[in-house]
Design a protein around this ligand. Structure first.
Ligand code: CP
Ligand code: NVA
Length: 294
């Protein structure tokens, strides 16, 4: 049976620990060609910089290669079904990463594919990014379990929703600071505490996370979102309320002056660029795990 990685819960807590251990090894020794001759399809229905580059580099450094297919250049744009595309692609490649809008599309695609499918960002989550984020927390601050992570801003975003999913798996406390209307569905909170007061959420924070206020596909709401979230910029005054050693994460792309100030993202608390690099290392471990069934 093939294994997919559509959500963080698709791996057990123990598998996540093993994955991080392997990612540390792969980061320390980048010349391991464990996926020689293997192929990975990258199918994009939305824009990307990091996901495309890091997955292409991941499989390439492991000795395999990537095929990148933007959806608008594929026959899907001319009416071929997702399912037929998944069935055919599964006969060519060893794994498929899919970046799509609807989570139903992701599930339908994965159900039809006969090779592992990885969620490369959907409206409901961004699990490979949250893996990189938590790996960065472990690298910078030690064990993730027991840490206090605060997500500030658009807490209805795919990133915040994956953080909610991650909290019980990795054993950290999660606080969400967001106005009403910008929070995850209640059923997804899984113990996360929600407040409209970011200053209060910051007390004792080890990690401060934010994301863009307007995610891909929400462009028509940009003005309303800017207004509703204007009190939630992660700036120097806000970060000063967290623990002195706190790190700040942002999955990027960032909008300096909106969800995060230039002083914070480019300042001493920021681990944003290590976080972006770590996409490479955790994804290499994930590809090995799914393709080689490690
Ligand atoms: N963080 C992230 O997934 O970036 P891209 O949209 O550039 O891939
Ligand atoms: N929430 C953002 C993340 C981008 C990597 C989006 O979906 O656009």
């Amino acid at each position: 049976m093939k294994r997919d990685f559509l959500t963080l819960s698709d791996l057990s807590s123990d598998e996540h620990l093993l994955l991080f251990r392997r990612a540390h090894e792969l980061k320390a020794n980048r010349r391991q060609r464990t996926l020689e001759g293997r192929s990975l399809l990258l199918l994009f229905e939305k824009a990307s910089t990091r996901t495309r580059i890091s997955f292409e580099a991941s499989i390439g450094q492991l000795g395999g290669h990537a095929i990148t297919l933007p959806m608008q250049e594929s026959q899907i744009a001319r009416g071929e079904t997702l399912e037929d595309t998944a069935r055919v692609a599964s006969r060519y490649v060893d794994a498929i990463m899919f970046r799509t809008h609807g989570d139903e599309r992701l599930k339908a695609f994965a159900a039809a594919a006969t090779v592992p499918v990885i969620n490369g960002l959907s409206d409901g989550g961004h699990p490979v990014q949250v893996l990189a984020d938590l790996f960065t927390v472990e690298e910078k601050l030690g064990e993730v379990a027991g840490k206090t992570i605060v997500f500030v801003g658009d807490c209805g975003s795919n990133m915040a929703r994956s953080f909610c999913e991650a909290a019980p798996i990795f054993g950290f406390s999660l606080r969400l600071a967001a106005p009403e209307g910008y929070r995850p569905p209640a059923a997804e909170l899984r113990g996360a505490r929600v407040t409209a007061n970011p200053a209060e959420a910051m007390q004792g924070a080890d990690v401060v996370v934010t994301d863009v206020w307007t995610s891909m596909g929400q462009e028509a709401e940009t003005k309303a979102r800017l207004q509703a979230l204007s009190a939630y910029t992660v700036d120097e005054a806000m970060v000063a309320k967290a623990r002195p050693q706190a790190i700040v994460l942002h999955c990027l792309p960032a909008h300096r002056g909106e969800e995060i100030s230039a002083g914070v993202i480019d300042g001493p608390h920021s681990a944003v660029f290590e976080e972006a690099e770590n996409r490479l290392h955790v994804q290499k471990a994930l590809l090995e795990h799914l393709i080689l069934r490690r």
